[in-house]
Ligand binder design. Structure first.
Ligand code: GNR
Ligand code: NI
Length: 175
């Protein structure tokens, strides 16, 4: 297992579209395990492969309590096959937009089809924060960040703050 560096915005790699996974082989399982460890360490409730620089359609999600038994979900080539008419709004964050938060509206529940860590076909109904998180991760596979769902005004405010924080960090690192 290994901790992988998480890419933060603004970085053109976060805008690229991820390619389908051909086979869930040992190398892919290693990546999934490293992604899960990286997500738990962050800590976060989801992570897409592109956030660690691998533009493949693979995500990990775990919305369980940190102090209880963990319930990781590994989703390869996920597809949304159904959405509710009803929307819900959650305050979202993103490990690639550190310390930034905004309310995002999405379908309240979804049905998603994917391959699991064993390459087995699965379908899952999700609602609540799980539905939000899966949709947030699947957006990453299209090069979309949560700020792309909010007003240009709010988005630019967040991106400016982020750029400023990044510059400060780089100055500190340079000494
Ligand atoms: O850790 C995360 N929390 C979160 C909170 C609300 C909605 C979505 C998320 S996903 C985020 C981790 C992340 O950036 N995944 O891509
Ligand atoms: Ni994210």
């Amino acid at each position: 297992m290994a901790l992988l560096p998480i890419i933060t915005a603004p970085d053109p790699r976060l805008k690229q579209k991820s390619r389908p996974v051909g086979a869930v082989d040992a190398e892919m399982r290693q990546l999934l395990d490293d992604m899960l460890e990286t997500m738990y360490a962050a800590p976060g409730i989801g992570l897409a492969a592109v956030q660690v620089g691998v533009p493949r359609r693979a995500i990990v999600v775990d919305i369980s309590r940190e102090d209880g038994p963990r319930e990781p979900l590994f989703m390869i080539n996920p597809e949304i096959v159904g959405v509710s008419d009803e929307d819900s709004s959650y305050e979202e964050g993103c490990l690639s937009l550190p310390d930034m938060f905004a309310e995002v509206e999405r379908p309240a529940s979804i049905r998603v089809r994917y391959l699991d860590r064993d390459g087995k076909r699965q379908e899952l109904n999700a609602d609540g924060i799980l539905a939000t998180c899966i949709q947030h991760e699947m957006d990453h596979l299209e090069g979309i960040l949560f700020v792309d769902h909010i007003s240009a005004l709010k988005r630019n405010m967040i991106l400016r703050k982020l750029l400023k924080a990044k510059r400060l960090q780089e100055e500190e690192a340079a000494g």
